[in-house]
Design a binder for this molecule. Structure first.
Ligand code: GDP
Ligand code: MG
Length: 596
């Protein structure tokens, strides 16, 4: 055990975590060059396409230290860097004694560098600061070293300089990992305590769980007990990721590896749980993970109603792997049966939707996302409303409170003015502003509903990409919001209802009607769109009826041509949702998001 090192790699997005991880694997011979595809750790299709890491992944490799002349077993976990996925970072760190903190020398310290570093310090992990991308001509090494010294307190001689691209400095990094990071502290003779770091559904193998053995050891055929629910299973197979899946007979104290049990349901072993042995159980569970609450909610509905069961199975499987994905049944009068889902942010929502569509081949409609509201009714009940169409009637409400986000913005000084202007526009209240040389850290309280929309993109655009953001839920605060309903041909479309701030609500109501009108294709009849606040019609717009019949072009004659045309029309319709007689495209449901 004294030759095991468990660590995570943490950084702001794009600073080079995945690239450095790949380099570590390559140097330690985990894969041959032929086996290394573009980036091995970002293995999910969507991760590769978007170039971001979504799931934390673990890899076990052996490193022969040139200095200590010994072989070490390294378990490292690549963590996601996007602001929507910081909970995955926390999960990975729970299994580690150390963290490699990567800082891009062309960017310097950013909001997530700070946030992740704070978490690692709180968890008492040994931190190894690394300055990456020093091969680039735009690298600003002295400036970055100064920032690291002044903001997170590491002197320049403590900081390793390297390049994930050329491989420069990576051996030094490996040597530093084995000398500086302590070996895991567990006791191999104590009863088993294994922390479930991750758990996912594999179409061939069933439920696979990634675990870290904190005390004791675990063998194939052992009977384990899941400590949260006392359920008992048999370990059917057990092994390591190198990153290839390797089978072995046991996992020792301090090791990180995978297990497959005779579980029936994807929900039998949950992330954050503790596994122990049935015949010699531990008394206490390990400290689990903080339950992560979703920040935005939206309805997801299959376009084709017969896909409902398939959709439900997909959602259950995805949520096993994703503790922050919440769902419950929803029935919409306009869209039928589906699920109300909770997500960490817009990117998280897009990725879940995309995975369901790709991996389960379902076409989905999603309604525009909204935050959750705390509503106090006149008879002093507090209810939480995550669906605008479920808002209580106005004459039953005493007070509505909306979620507020604590936003930490980190930026070069020259953008401070425009950032403050943007935050004010988003109804933000400034809490603090601290200068660190040519960087500023700005603390704001901004309504979550404003933060989850395009705040991040706007922040990036006014600061030429330099400002970075980290946000967390703070509290609920009284707010003047109203519900806006949309009628299409006099029928209320519940999936298009939204909650907006009273200020500007009249202007939004008008804009939204026109935006919706521009997304709806012409039909065989006029389509009238109206927006309503408190039962008062605010605005109205019409989609004029279609003049030409597609088939009229065919002059009756050629049957095959007629069929082709109909086929083409049918294809175009596939992405449309029929509500009554009216075909509405997916983008209509999203227009209410871009109300500005
Ligand atoms: P992650 O988001 O932290 O996992 O970052 P990635 O490893 O995906 O890297 C982001 C981008 O930076 C990719 O285009 C990499 O090819 C590039 N990159 C990473 N490390 C280096 C480096 O040392 N030098 C150069 N020139 N580019 C790098
Ligand atoms: Mg990555």
């Amino acid at each position: 055990m004294k030759n095991i090192r468990n660590f995570s790699i943490i950084a702001h997005i794009d600073h080079g975590k995945s690239t450095i991880s790949d380099r570590l694997i390559q140097i330690c011979g985990g894969l041959t060059i032929r086996e290394m595809s573009a980036q091995v750790l970002d293995s999910m299709d969507i991760e590769k396409e978007r170039g971001i890491t979504i799931k934390a992944q673990s890899v076990t490799i052996n490193y022969v230290s040139k200095i200590q002349k010994k072989t070490f077993q390294l378990n490292f976990i690549d963590t996601p860097g996007h602001v929507n996925f910081s909970y995955e970072v926390l999960r990975s760190l729970n299994a580690c004694e150390g963290a490699v903190l990567i800082i891009d020398s062309t960017q310097g310290i950013e909001a997530q560098t700070l946030e992740n570093c704070k978490i690692a310090i709180d968890m008492k992990l040994k931190i190894i600061p690394v300055l990456n991308k020093i091969d680039l001509p735009t690298a600003n090494i002295s400036n970055s070293l100064n920032q690291i010294k002044n903001i997170i307190g590491f002197s320049p001689d403590q900081v390793l300089q390297c390049s994930g691209k050329t491989g420069f400095g990576i051996i030094d990094l490996l040597e530093k990992i084995v000398t500086d990071i302590p070996a895991p502290q567990g006791n191999p003779n104590k009863p088993l305590q294994a922390l479930v770091i991750d758990s996912w559904f594999d179409n061939y193998l069933g439920v696979v769980s990634l675990i870290c053995i904190k005390n004791g050891s675990l063998r194939k055929r052992d009977k384990i007990k899941v400590m949260s629910n006392s359920k008992i299973y048999t370990i059917e197979s057990i092994g390591l990721f190198t990153p290839k899946k390797i089978y072995c007979n046991m996992l020792r104290c301090g090791q990180v590896g995978w297990v497959i049990c005779n579980t029936k349901h994807v929900t039998d072993i949950l992330v954050g749980d503790t596994l122990t042995l049935n015949k010699n159980p531990a008394v206490n569970t390990l400290p689990g993970f903080k339950k992560i609450k979703p920040q935005i909610y939206a309805g997801l509905f299959p376009i084709d109603l017969t896909e409902y069961q398939n959709f439900k199975n997909g959602l259950i499987k995805l949520s096993l792997n994703d503790a922050s994905l919440y769902y419950e049944n929803e029935h919409s009068t306009s869209l039928g049966f589906g699920f109300r889902c909770g997500f960490l942010g817009l990117l998280h929502m897009e990725i879940v939707k995309e995975r369901l569509e790709r991996e389960y081949h379902i076409d989905l409609i999603s309604t525009a996302p909204n935050v959750i509201y705390e509503v106090e009714t006149l008879n002093n009940k507090i209810i939480y409303v995550d669906n605008p169409s479920k808002f209580p009637a106005l004459n039953k409400i005493k007070e509505i409170r909306e979620p507020i986000a604590k936003c930490n913005i980190f930026t070069p000084t020259k953008f401070v003015g425009s950032i403050i202007k943007l935050c004010t526009q988003k109804r933000g209240i400034q809490i603090n502003l601290t200068y660190h040389m040519n960087q500023v850290s700005i603390l704001y309280e901004i309504p979550m509903s404003e933060v989850i929309l395009n705040f991040f993109d706007e922040l990036k655009s006014i600061s030429s990409g330099y400002a970075s953001l980290e946000y967390n839920f703070l509290n609920f605060k009284k707010s003047d919001v109203v519900k806006l309903d949309i009628l299409i041909n006099s029928k209320k479309i519940d999936a298009l209802s939204c909650i907006i701030h009273k200020k500007n609500s009249q202007i939004y109501a008008k804009k939204i009607v026109h935006k919706i009108q521009s997304t709806i294709p012409r039909q065989q009849f006029d389509v009238i769109i109206q927006s309503v606040i408190n039962n008062i019609i605010i605005a109205r717009s019409t989609v004029k009826q279609l003049k030409k019949n597609v088939l009229s072009k065919c002059y009756g004659g050629d049957i095959s041509r007629k069929k082709k045309l109909l086929q083409k029309q049918k294809k175009g319709k596939k992405k449309l949702k029929k509500i009554g007689k009216i075909a509405i495209p997916q983008k209509t449901f999203f227009t209410i998001l871009n109300r500005h």
